[in-house]
Design a protein around this ligand. Sequence first.
Ligand code: CTP
Length: 445
Amino acid sequence: MLIIEGRFYPRPLRGQTDTLRGMTNQANAATGSVNPDEPLDLAGRHILLGLSGGIACYKAAELCRALIKAGATVQIVMTEAAEQFITPVTMQALSGRTVYTSQWDSRESNNMAHINLSREADAILIAPMSADFMAKLLHGRADDLLSLMCLARPIDKVPLLVAPAMNREMYAHPATQRNFVQLEADGATVLGVGTGFQACGETGDGRMLEPDQILEDVISFFAPKVLAGQHVLITAGPTYEAIDPVRGITNLSSGKMGFALARAAHEAGAHVTLVAGPVALATPRGVNRVDVKSAQNMFDAVMAHVQAATVLVAAAAVADWRVAKPSGQKIKKDASGQAPQLVFEENTDILATVASLPQAQAGKLYCVGFAAESHNLVENAEAKRLRKKVPLLVGNIGPDTFGQDHNALLLVDEKGSRQLPHASKLALARQLVREIAARLAAFPS
Ligand code: CTP
């Protein structure tokens, strides 16, 4: 039996990779996601995870688990060098499948592991990919099972993704850099590297990406590229309006919906700029993030990036008002018992301003607003869409969703309104991205 998140599944035999296909989001109970029918991100995918020699092999164990938790089935293939760093026993236990290490593996009835394994994979992922293994791939060498399998794979059906891992000097070497360019030209997807402390004691570029980053990249890789060629500008999170140097006015927005949208738009192939108010969320992979504090900062950042944008999604909960003259020093209590008198002035409406720009009026920028309401969602959202002059407005009940991992959305456009029922914010973000893509196709541009 195979154990995933405390549940039992029959272990699929090689060649029966459909056993877990269509598996739904069993992790939901653990993550607090609300829809048990939501498919796992990699449900139905069979990944051939290849390990070449490098200390980053220790991360491959975690990566294997992460791929399986995301719904994939995983077949491990290791080079002889990889076996110096981690044992096949560990990888077999984690993947629930026999590990392959040799092209002479007699368990295969036709003695052709390289053909059999590469034909059943949806993708080959090499993590870690050492500098030496990359050089081997480039020359089409095939003197061990993993390189043989990469060469023998049907190149148009089985994509090759690689996560390099090496010392910073090896990474920066012209030969390595030249090899990356050639590897991409040969059709491989190079996932990039991390920066930081290396096992050798040096610091720089060349670490293997973290397992959760690789997982995000693999999920992205399989996503339909419905926003390819689009530049999506997204605002997210709350704003913070200072009263004095230690106090301010903000709101309960967590930024999760906007960040999920940034991830979904990137997955869909868009170039994404995320203008984020003060939130402690990790930047989605591949997204260009600009951190801001006040509504004025957010306005400035949006105006600085809007020229290149073809889509604006205003998901931020922007403060309507700011303190007209924030105190330069902490406002102290005096003995009078009187509360300080704050005078407010209105912040510029970022969405309405952008929607009235010539590029939006000319149909070159598609604007999507959000409405966080507490009541009368349909009426308020419809009125807000007309007031802000945007083609699409997304309504939600703010108090029900602020800080949560789930939401329910109401889409309002010129044809009327439609609900996207309760789901995780990421699932809703992906649906919303598809809705935007469908409308863009009909948008004058
Ligand atoms: N918005 C904006 N700039 C502002 C205020 C709001 O860009 N200064 C955007 C939000 O990001 C959202 C939409 O306008 O996309 C609606 O925001 P919301 O706070 O729901 O509405 P308001 O315009 O503030 O109206 P009200 O507070 O009366 O509901």
